[in-house]
Design a binder for this molecule. Structure first.
Ligand code: PLP
Ligand code: COI
Length: 343
């Protein structure tokens, strides 16, 4: 095992002990094995390579204050991957097999879970791909499901430091009736060009508007959009072409628990300038404050430039406390990984 500087973890790949991998053939999932090598062979005519049959998920496991290891809301990611699989004609991974795979791969990589108190977590990346050879347009005859894990810290340098976002009207991410609501790999290919342009121009992330009219806010490339109005209402866009973020669902529930009003509805771009706070939320970014949104000549500033606004800070603190087992898990979101810590 390599020496890991837990306090300096960012969000980047590193080899861990192993990943777990299953194959689906003739309607049946195999047993699944742990593989030490991070490489695998694949047929040059595999459906995922040519026709984009590839879906992934992102979730996290935490080393909690009591030493236990907990995965945050895995059933929701399992359900979302099933929805993605159906949309691009791949077989679903049954929940029981999926949960067992998560437990097995986390147990096998236990020493890669950042210790409690470092602020890190184990990022879990399940991947489902059409691995069978298929050259006429049709679903692949064979599928591979794997889960890799990586210790991570903050996605953006500086943790809760506010970021700048940009809107490019010349690039869309998802069509109104397309696949923006599911987690297919192609959605990320569709956003890469604008993402690289944004980085070159000094923005951490790009914000997408609805592809039909460019009037409504959709989401960021890697996360959902959350706005807190001056009246203290939690507002988030409802649209068929954005990914239903599990972090967003969590924050909405926590906001309601705090007595806040929550609105999931179409959100006009023009509403942003009246918002007290804006944030990006997702597994990787958790809750990241966005203090500036640039669209052409227009520059909208929201919230403080040197830190997180008070409402998003409170929501961030609450979700982190539940994830690290410091606050009661009132909604039953955390899955305890079996192990010697699970007494
Ligand atoms: N939107 C996009 C495009 C994403 O890639 C992600 C990350 O998974 C999210 C939103 C946030 O979803 P979640 O909170 O389930 O991680
Ligand atoms: C996640 O938050 O898990 C994501 O999948 C976003 C990203 C890093 C692509």
């Amino acid at each position: 095992m390599q020496n890991i500087d837990w306090d300096k973890l960012g969000f980047k790949y590193m080899d861990t002990r192993c990943h777990i991998r299953y194959t689906w053939r003739a309607g049946v999932w195999g047993k699944g094995e742990l593989y030490e090598s991070p490489e695998m062979g694949i047929h040059i005519a595999a459906g995922c390579l040519h026709y984009g049959q590839a879906a992934f998920e992102g979730l996290k496991a935490f080393r909690c204050r009591d030493g236990s290891v907990r995965i945050f809301r895995p059933q929701d990611n399992i359900g979302r991957m099933a929805m993605t699989a159906r949309r691009i004609c791949m077989p679903e991974v049954p929940e029981a097999l999926y949960l067992e795979a998560l437990d097995r791969v986390i147990q096998a990589n236990e020493d890669y879970i950042p210790p409690y108190g470092t602020g890190g977590s184990l990022y879990i990346r399940p991947l489902l791909i059409g691995s069978g050879l298929q050259i006429g347009i049709a679903p692949s005859p064979e599928y591979t499901f794997l889960i890799m894990v990586i210790p991570v810290g903050a996605y953006y340098k500086g943790g809760l430091k506010p970021v700048r976002a940009v809107v490019y009207d010349e690039y869309d991410r998802a069509a109104p009736q397309g696949v923006g609501h599911v987690k297919v790999a192609g959605n990320y290919a569709a956003s890469l060009y604008a993402h690289e342009k944004a980085k070159r121009e000094g923005f951490e992330v790009e914000l997408y508007l609805d592809a039909k009219e460019h009037r409504y806010v959709e989401e960021f490339a890697t996360s959902n959009f959350v706005g807190i109005t001056k009246q203290g209402v939690y507002v988030t866009p409802a649209s068929h072409s954005i990914l239903p973020s599990i972090t967003n669902l969590t924050l909405m529930q926590l906001a309601r628990d705090m007595g806040m009003e929550v609105e999931a509805r179409p959100v006009l771009f023009d509403e942003i300038e009246n918002m007290a706070e804006v944030g990006a939320c997702g597994t990787a970014v958790v809750v990241t404050p966005v203090h500036e949104i640039v669209r052409g000549e227009r520059v909208i500033t929201t919230g403080p430039s040197d830190g997180c606004g008070p409402v998003l800070q409170k929501l961030y603190d609450r979700v982190r406390a539940i994830q690290y087992g410091e606050a009661p898990d009132a909604h039953g979101w955390c899955h305890l990984v079996p192990g010697q810590w699970a007494h």
